[in-house]
Design a protein around this ligand. Structure first.
Ligand SMILES: NC(=O)c1ccc[n+]([C@@H]2O[C@H](COP(=O)([O-])OP(=O)(O)OC[C@H]3O[C@@H](n4cnc5c(N)ncnc54)[C@H](OP(=O)(O)O)[C@@H]3O)[C@@H](O)[C@H]2O)c1
Length: 435
């Protein structure tokens, strides 16, 4: 108790680091009141090219260093904020900071998803905190929900829209009837998608975030490679049109469920009832539906990215760490993750399915398809047929099934593709009831 100030070291002065530095200055007075003493930025680790950026120009140049050893030898730093991103050298920097007894705050989902368990262990050994609220959902308080607010619950499931770029693209496809490539181009023009959008559209970013949330929710180590993943690029505007006719919206969901001591962890496009709350989460917004034995369901909604919301989460973590240091508490909450989890293979999951087939436009086709599905114990819940091409005499058949096992559905799809009346199995999307 009684420190006169808390020293901050910042690594990375990009979009998030720059905004965090600004908030530390702009809100210095109010933050000092929350903590009990001022938060003082002592050093900023940058790359040479960062020095010409506008945020750097507004700051005291004495704070900057491009030398990693100089940064880590600054004895006045109590809390290291990592806002540079990526796996390496961020992992080495975080390890070095924790090993030298500094509290760490990071917004880096990749490093936490891949190495969170080992970093948490190290933080525990050193009696310091590792905080990463900004790593999932930007400004939406999510990590603290699982670490504190929901601890009394046994979490049954998480259904999350946690990638704003893909949600923006899917919203445009649904509203304007445009195809994926055009919606992606628009997202890039507006700065919602990067020039190389692979991490977002292939669901990689969402698997990092789901790994973090599922590990917290189930107190067990879930890594990105444990998660089944499909992106959104094979969705067509017709899928949205037919899904709507059948009462569904299409979203990229990150799903984690616990069932019979086995976990389902998957990221893929999903048809969800159009009257469900998640179906109404549009544009770049994120939302996470959590099911727990005591809470039943909660939905957390907000801006999942952007410098202002993300800086809110980073600063909240900094204040929490600073309060701990000021009060002389050490390593308040330790998050031990169990290992030895059993992840259900994708082939064992059970869900309903949306199927879009291009078929010969003649009587008896639906009966042949129903027979293949029936052979795999899959029954049809509803079907619609549209005339697609009068010249080729083909039609588009869209089917929603009752619940079936994934491996049965995959076998049925392979068999259907061999029927002479089936020109193409154009798409299939899993369907979630969301309670
Ligand atoms: N942007 C968001 O809305 C958002 C939301 C939530 C979480 N995050 C996470 O926050 C982190 C930062 O994201 P960002 O959007 O701020 O990225 P960014 O604008 O690219 O900022 C990262 C900065 O770190 C610098 N950097 C790279 N390697 C460095 C090193 N070895 N030492 C010092 N600086 C280094 C980069 O320099 P160069 O550009 O010269 O390489 C860049 O200026 C990422 O983990 C990201 O996933 C971002």
């Amino acid at each position: 108790m009684g420190k006169k100030s808390i020293g901050i070291g910042l690594i990375g002065l990009g979009v998030i680091g720059g905004q965090v530095a600004k908030v530390l200055t702009d809100k210095a007075e109010v933050l000092a009141k929350q903590v009990g003493c001022p938060l003082v930025l002592r050093k900023v680790k940058v790359l040479p090219q960062d020095l010409t950026r506008p945020q750097a120009q507004k700051m005291n140049s004495q704070l900057f260093t491009t030398d990693t050893d100089e940064f880590f030898s600054e004895s006045e730093i109590d809390i290291v904020i990592e806002a540079m991103g990526g796996e390496s050298p961020a992992l080495e920097y975080l390890t070095r900071a924790l090993s030298s007894g500094k509290h760490v705050v990071t917004s880096n989902k990749e490093v936490i998803a891949k190495h969170g368990a080992e970093l948490m262990k190290l933080a525990g050994q050193q009696g310091v905190g590792l905080r990463y609220e900004a790593s999932v959902g930007g400004g939406i308080p999510l990590i603290s929900r699982f670490q504190y607010d929901l601890v009394a619950n046994k979490i049954g499931g998480i259904y999350a829209i946690i990638n704003g770029t893909t949600n923006y693209i899917l919203t445009r496809m649904a509203r304007e009837g445009v195809d994926f490539s055009l919606a992606l181009t628009k997202a890039q023009e507006l700065g919602y998608a990067e020039a190389n959008p692979e991490n977002d559209i292939e669901g990689i970013d969402a698997t990092y975030k789901l790994a973090i949330l599922a590990s917290l929710a189930f107190h067990t180590e879930v890594r990105p490679q444990d998660i089944y993943r499909e992106g959104i690029s094979r969705l067509s505007s017709r899928d949205f049109q037919y899904a709507r006719e059948l009462g569904f919206a299409i979203k990229l969901l990150a799903i984690a469920k616990e069932d019979d001591k086995k976990f389902e962890v998957r990221v893929h496009p999903v048809c969800i009832p159009e009257d469900s709350l998640l179906a109404k989460v549009d544009g770049v917004y994120n939302a996470v539906l959590v099911e727990g034995d005591l809470i039943d369901k909660i939905l957390v909604f907000g801006q999942g990215a952007g410098p202002l919301p993300t800086s809110s989460a980073v600063i909240a973590d900094v204040v929490s760490a600073a309060q701990e240091i000021f009060l002389g508490m050490s390593g308040r909450a330790k998050w031990e993750l169990k290992s030895g989890k059993v992840i259900k293979p994708m082939s064992d999951i059970e869900t309903r399915y949306y199927l879009r087939l291009n078929v010969a436009d003649r009587p008896g086709v639906l009966a042949q398809i129903a027979r293949v599905l029936g052979d795999h114990r899959i029954s049809i819940s509803s079907a619609i047929q549209k005339l697609a091409d009068p010249v080729a005499e083909t039609a588009e058949l869209v089917i929603i099934t009752h619940t079936a096992q994934e491996k049965a559905m995959q076998s049925a799809i392979s068999e259907m593709a061999c029927l002479t009346v089936v020109k193409e199995v154009s798409n299939f999307i899993r369907v979630e009831a969301l309670g």
